[in-house]
Design a protein around this ligand. Sequence first.
Ligand code: BG6
Length: 496
Amino acid sequence: MNINAENNCIVIFGASGDLTYRKLIPALYNLYKIGRLTENFSVLGVSRTELTDDDFRQKMRLALIEFEGAEGEKLDNFCQHLYYIAINTSDALEYGKLVPRLDELHDKYQTGGNTLYYLSTPPSLYGIIPECLAAHGLNTEEFGWKRIIVEKPFGYDMKTAKALDTQIHRFFEEHQIYRIDHYLGKETVQNLLVLRFSNGLFEPLWNRNFIDYVEITGAEQLGVEKRGGYYDGSGAMRDMFQNHLLQVLAMVAMEPPAIINADSMRDEVAKVLHSLHPLSDDDLEHNLVLGQYTSSIIDDKKVNGYLEEVGVPAGSTTETYMALRCEIDNWRWAGVPFYVRTGKRLPTRVTEIVIHFKTTPHPVFSQKAPENKLIIRIQPDEGISMRFGLKKPGAGFEAKEVSMDFRYADLASPSVLTAYDRLLLDAIKGDATLFARTDAVHACWKFVQPIIDYKAENNRIYEYEAGTWGPTQADKLIARTGRVWRKPSGCMKKKV
Ligand code: BG6
């Protein structure tokens, strides 16, 4: 497959928003800088705010200087590819204005009509924009390909996700739809597949015979920042668990794909997500912990509790923390618990997977052997660490835990792509491998729906102080079987 992009025009809806200038434009700039975009591309920013092309270029230039340290000729040349048009994005008639603008850009950049639409808008517009584009024939592939990237959240629950799918499918076919989950664009998430499927060493052990349990942690040190309004309607379950962490779980648990292409890969992802053991009320009663952070003093500074954050309604019961024990009903994983947790305002930012292997069948040396575990650090300090027991120097046969570490940075090449770089490039090239397919999204919602229903009925949210590892109930959840959550190192110490 060609590693570079074809000539194209990228239309960003929601161009005056945060995601555009923090992630999308920097990603396109990086691709341009390392020569992965052709000279024949243009970016058309679309939103309601009245801006000229020059205003838009100026705003994006500042973002690139701030976030990418961009400068010089590359920056000037890149900005020349940026254009802007203001329309009322919920009014189909207004989309008529896009037609001449796009014709002009397709002509100027010889794109053959290839167009990538990026929906970086409030989710309420995800169903409307495709319809408005179609009203002006901007969805048909008679003149160049037309693809549409949809940001998360893809629906709010099972019903709305299905309704959204139906709406988009009326105007775009599945092969044109790219549901983005930026976790799949992370180099280290993809590395999971390479680790598993290009080594003979791990695969024989990667099953219920040798694995005791799996931990997946998505911890964030920050709170909800300025996104209280959005977050309150979402919570940890919809914001992180339903999408990012379930995708990571799928990468840990899936079967090897027959070949690496979009269909085979996504078949395996969907299969494993469909095998998640459905959660009953009884499971949820015992295996789910939801929490909300309260204020605290960290590094001598007061940190707001969730209820004090801007945009959060008084008395909100939205969860900022979630821990769940779940299982996968298939031959490989039957009986192996997966403990997944995520939260805001935890002691550190870390995403990691810990594979805990079973202990030795019999203690040859009098004391209990150290646990064997494989820690796959997705971020930060990406890497893999294998922990096992070796003899403590000196008399006797006492074993101590030692570690063999690999740091991804040791491989780093200047052209490592960030998640958005990689996913935008893939979408431009028409490679949907790392995008969520409709059946996988439905499988995630199907699994999560009982949690949503359970929460609606038993609004049980435990408090945890900002800067701690979540409610103590989460420790009890895992401790019931004699296990403990790993405390990732490098944690910021909470002052007491
Ligand atoms: C986003 C969530 O999708 O992922 C945010 O909306 C969260 O709330 C973010 O902070 C985490 O992404 P990352 O790449 O920083 O782990």
